[in-house]
Design a protein around this ligand. Sequence first.
Ligand code: FAD
Length: 427
Amino acid sequence: MQALGNYYDATVGERTPRPALRHTIDADVCIVGAGFAGLATALGLLERGVKDVVLLEAHQVGFGASGRNGGFVFGGYSLDCADLLAQLGPVQAKTTYAFTRQAVDLIRRRIQHHAIDCDAVEGGALLVNWFRDDALLHRQQRLMAEHFDVDWRFIPKSELAQWVTSDRYSAALLEPDAFHFHPLKYALGAAAAVESLGGRIFERSPAVSIDAGGGGTRVATDAGTVQARHVVIAGGGYLAGLVPQLERAILPIATYVMATEPLGDALHRLLPSRAAIYDTRFAFDYYRKLNDTRLLWGGRISVRDRHPADIAQFLKRDMVKVFPDLRGAQVAHAWGGMMSYARHKMPQIGRLPNGLWYGLGFGGHGVAPTTAAGELLARSIAEGTPLPASFVRYGLPRTFRPFGLAAAQATYAWLQFKDVLRERQAG
Ligand SMILES: Cc1cc2nc3c(=O)[nH]c(=O)nc-3n(C[C@H](O)[C@H](O)[C@H](O)COP(=O)(O)OP(=O)(O)OC[C@H]3O[C@@H](n4cnc5c(N)ncnc54)[C@H](O)[C@@H]3O)c2cc1C
């Protein structure tokens, strides 16, 4: 079996490396991390007229989760909508969810405005029911309509074959406003947009220390320094050893993706529609058709690094459970990425007492929330608009690594087990 590397890296085309920071420079705002959170914050600032924005990236633009993810662009957070409603109440829950819907639109507008070629497919996202009981979908549909003002369409079993041909599922809900894209191409397009608006990006420039005293903050890399009025930390699950107050409030957790060899017409027979698909289990599969007729398939989490050959093996097993006809398909790419999770599963968007801004903790549902965070941070920095109370209240509760990591792994295993029990109970 050939199981090599990240599909997005292999298909992004030629990329020109950006320079590393090698001297001392001044900036209005310095952002640490050029994933979606850092890039969206930079774009939000530049679009608001902030002139001097510098991004420091330890590796390359899109090196982290943003260049490795499933490519689903949809509303919501890692915390599910029922919990969001229970925790925030109807008014705050609705506005908090709305930030991510606006972010989906903003991503679309930026793709158009900056002519970002990122294989965007307007096909919606289909939530397929793994269990027999359709009441679950009806409840979700009502919740989304009554409290979040969105219309998810019920697709009965009799129509499901128009979307996906697998016996595994009983029915589905379609979120029509969602789309999917090549996330690394989008990240690179967003980076080019940042530069076209006057922002500067330094690659291979890990921030190694931050001195937030006096009038302004100094961010040192291994070869240079940025002196900035504002500093934003957007290092996701890759942040390590820079800001202990933030890092002890996040758990870096790995998750995995693979892509098959091109499958030709067989793929269109299995997936006649253009929707991106995920299922109703806690430990759900997600997948989508790629333009070159590969199937991109993701799922599972772990606190350990896994070898691509192992990833290919366990994800293929999951895929064959859904599509037995793909038993003979070769896996051509397999890779993992780190997510950053807070204990409460909501993003951490805020400002430390020493003045450092941060946008972290987007978990496994971060494409739209990182863009929402970029807007909120940019508004606060450029215009002084306070950050929404709904985010401030979640705060930075400690995760108590390494026990927190062990607990996260144990919780995942327990919820996986509950998925299996529930499936058996449903007969
Ligand atoms: C495999 C996988 C699949 C996913 N699928 C989806 C999906 O389909 N839809 C969805 O909505 N979400 C998905 N997610 C989640 C989503 O990708 C993330 O929430 C989002 O990309 C996080 O963006 P970020 O900018 O916070 O972090 P990242 O993209 O990880 O970026 C952080 C960047 O900071 C840099 N950095 C860290 N420390 C430093 C430092 N000291 N100095 C300089 N740079 C530094 C890193 O190198 C990295 O490039 C998935 C995640 C993974 C891993």
